[in-house]
Design a protein around this ligand. Sequence first.
Ligand SMILES: [Zn+2]
Length: 323
Amino acid sequence: MIRQALDQLKHEIPLLDYLQAHHWQSTGRLSRGRWMGLCPLHEDHKPSFVVDTNKNLFYCYGCGRGGDVIRFAELFHQVRFPQALGLLCQWRGMAPLLHETTRLYIMQLEHHAEAVAYLHHRGVRSPELIEHMRIGYAPGGCLRGWLTQLGYSHHALHQAGLVTAAGYDAFTYRIVFPLENNLYGRSISATAPPHRFLPGSKGGLYSWDHVRRYPEVILVEGLFDYAVLWQAGFHNVTCAMGTQLNACQFRQLCDGMRTIYLAFDADTNGSGQRATQALAHRLREQRLRVCIVELPQGHDPNSWFANGADARQFQALLEAARS
Ligand SMILES: [Zn+2]
């Protein structure tokens, strides 16, 4: 990439925006346009990371590293310069594209009875919840036309993973949940792989900005688990979209003193239980309080609620986990 294009990229991605999108928070202002906070690049206990929004540069007095947004992406994602450029270009281009895609899928939901029936079958009923999670439906065969009409090229859509090389929708017959910089699609057809994400990171913990202020947080595996708990009034719930937390998600859970309730699936083969134990161990090493929620055998929070359990019963599980 030539010098001019690099400057353009840096200009279009203010460092502070990029940091905040990766959950960095300032703890105070030093002077005009200069902010201080914990360093996201090393285990930092007192704020030593300075961001200068006038110069679009950062410097850490703890680990001694500094630079521009490209340097930050290299260090934060632990990639080389060309990969960092790729991530930044993708980040810059994805946000509006995902916004339009999500908008279309949300509009589709009410026109497809099979999608609504699937949600009911999974215990998802409340319009308030559907609006909160911005749940949509990808029927297939409509995305490319919609987005090209808005001016996106087939190449851009293919690169984002939204359509196949042949131009078909990548998400077809899927309930779609927008994530920070990705989409999760749950297939409602029995023949397709159940879970699908766009290429790239699944991002941080679901809805973390809302959840992080609670002293007690419930962590679940899947977005349908999240959905039924939120619907039942547990708004201190978050989701890792799997049992293996990525580095960003782990850092988020450890960014303050809190109690974490792990409510993963109670699989008959024991894999959910093993993942729970391993994560509990890692979190306790960070001096967090961890409580393990024991669901009835063979259930996850979603299947348990979909089978008629209620908030009072789940509350009893939380209380049992505490003791
Ligand atoms: Zn540092």
